[in-house]
Design a binder for this molecule. Structure first.
Ligand code: ATP
Ligand code: MG
Length: 506
């Protein structure tokens, strides 16, 4: 176990002290009674936290230190990057992070098959192939009538729904959003449109990013979601795109030699998120009302509580701004009799069977409005709606803490996560590294709060009331870049967020 020395300066560098502190410093204490820092009357306090690794062995209970795991003797490689992660010259080969990008493909890859091939996940690749085959045979994705964006139920060749596709170009900010209500809002009330804390038109990356976070933490609440490209008659295309596709088809039919020269026949594929469809689930709202009326058996209730906490962890880390109770699903499988259990025969020979408790499953869908680049500070707070549920009043369970806390206390783990998100977000044409850094600063701040809440045995409802923080990675020698290897001199600037939204509403 390594200990961490955090060097804390105030913004003007007037005080300069070194303290032995847990990685998640008790900022709330420092704010409230000035134990760690005198905050004076400034609105915003900024502490420069230079993290050094010492080889000293300290049992955690002695100083109440968290489980911070560092990889000793990791070389101080320069992990500076000069460009975005997909397509992208790097100055030196040593700069390559050890962790491979989530997916090795170029976002400029012209081959649709390459783009939709996931070498690390043949099962998912097979599902996408199934969807492509279905479309070729006229089983088209069907637009989901509800919702603010163009989202589609994608079907298999047999007509079974296998996924939900959300194309980038049909998001609320997308040029081809098919919903007239959104168009009206965007045109007539541009000032009230969208969420000021989110990067516009990046919902599909947020969907895939939520799955990435879920997988990294082993939360198992987000159905598998990855970025794919699909084309279908039923998607919303501009008249020009449709005319071009028609002309090419006509040319190929009438003048085959010329038509063969076209790179692609048909409508242009759209990039978007593809989430596996989960069957047997209903909106959380539906089941939560039922659970209110009738008590769940203890084991079912415990299991549901654990899944609920994982949803909380996910939403808090990614700072989901759209977690209404219609944006997560619950599956409730009723009690079943286990048959042929000889041991259940009573003296009279009657079979009482074995009654198993109902089982619940949680699915966090619709994660497209997460990963803000700043904490909400405008009109709306975008609360987590689960915070009003009775489950949110219970302290985080030991199981959840044991599962999550070691991970979020490990700075290497967190920087790995940032690197993976960098690879994912970098696939977007409009990728902006500066904005990505801001998104990560919010996420690190959320993680800091979550760790503190878990160490303090808080409940989710208390977690959401904690002061908001951002933790920015400081530039090193004029450049920063996510990389698995942490510099011993990596430093982070932690800022408390004081600007509160004007009022709270959903
Ligand atoms: N992975 C999934 N598995 C099963 N059903 C799903 C899945 N994703 C979405 N749905 C169903 O489709 C409905 C709409 O999905 P979703 O909320 O993600 O779309 P949306 O267009 O983003 O809507 P909105 O913007 O209004 O929230 C959900 O309420 C749910 O019933
Ligand atoms: Mg929704």
């Amino acid at each position: 176990m390594s200990t961490v020395v955090q060097r804390i300066d105030n913004r003007r560098g007037e005080s300069d002290c070194e303290l032995l502190l847990p990685v998640g410093p008790d900022y709330s204490d420092s704010r409230n009674n000035g134990k760690l820092l005198d905050l004076e009357s400034s609105d915003e306090y900024v502490a420069n936290v230079n993290v050094h690794v010492e080889n000293r062995i300290e049992p955690p209970h002695l100083h109440g230190l968290p489980d911070v795991i560092f990889e000793p003797n990791t070389a101080t490689l320069d992990n500076s990057m000069t460009s975005s992660p997909a397509g992208h010259s790097r100055q030196e080969t040593e700069n390559e992070p050890l962790l491979q990008p989530v997916r090795s493909r170029s976002r400029n890859s012209s081959s649709l098959e390459d783009f939709n091939t996931f070498s690390d996940d043949p099962d998912f690749t097979a599902i996408i192939r199934e969807a492509e085959q279905a479309i070729i045979h006229g089983i088209y994705p069907e637009r989901i009538s509800q919702g603010s964006s163009g989202s589609y139920f994608v079907k298999s060749y047999t007509g079974k729904v296998i996924g939900v596709f959300k194309p980038k170009s049909e998001e609320p900010y997308g040029q081809l959003n098919p919903k007239w209500t959104k168009w009206m809002q965007k045109t007539c009330f541009p000032c009230c449109f969208g969420r000021g804390c989110l990067l516009p038109n990046q919902g599909y990356l947020s969907e895939a990013g939520a799955y990435l976070v879920d997988k990294k933490f082993g939360l198992n609440v987000v159905p598998k979601t990855r970025v794919v490209k699909l084309a279908s008659e039923t998607f919303n295309y501009s008249p020009i795109d449709r005319a071009k596709a028609k002309t090419k088809k006509f040319t190929l039919e009438k003048f085959e030699a010329i038509g063969r020269r076209f790179n692609r026949i048909g409508l242009p594929p759209k990039v978007g998120s593809f989430q596996l469809f989960v069957s047997g689930f209903k909106d959380a709202d539906f089941w939560l009302r039922r659970f209110e009326g009738e008590d769940l058996p203890e084991s079912t209730s415990k299991e549901f509580q654990l899944q609920f906490e994982r949803l909380v962890v996910l939403d808090y880390i990614i700072r989901n701004t759209d977690r209404g109770n219609d944006n997560w699903l619950i599956k409730y499988e009723k009690t079943t009799m286990v048959e042929n259990q000889q041991q259940n025969l009573d003296e009279s020979g009657e079979d009482w069977g074995m009654v198993t408790s109902p089982v619940t499953h949680v699915a966090a869908i619709d994660n497209g409005l997460a990963f803000p680049f700043k904490h909400p500070d405008e009109w709306r707070t975008y609360p987590y709606h689960w915070a009003w549920l009775p489950q949110a009043k219970q302290k985080f369970s030991k199981e959840t803490i044991d599962h999550v806390l070691p991970k979020i206390s490990d700075m290497n783990f967190m920087e790995e996560l940032c690197t993976e998100l960098y690879s994912l977000f970098g696939e977007d044409k409009g990728f902006d590294k500066h904005m990505y850094e801001k998104q990560m600063a919010v996420m690190r701040g959320q993680v800091l709060n979550l760790g503190q809440a878990m160490r303090d045995n808080k409940a989710p409802v208390q977690l959401v009331q904690m002061p908001l923080i951002t933790v920015e990675k400081n530039k090193q020698d004029g450049s920063t870049g996510p990389g698995r290897i942490r510099h011993h001199s990596d430093s982070f600037t932690q800022s408390f967020h004081q600007k509160m939204p004007f009022f709270s509403c959903c």
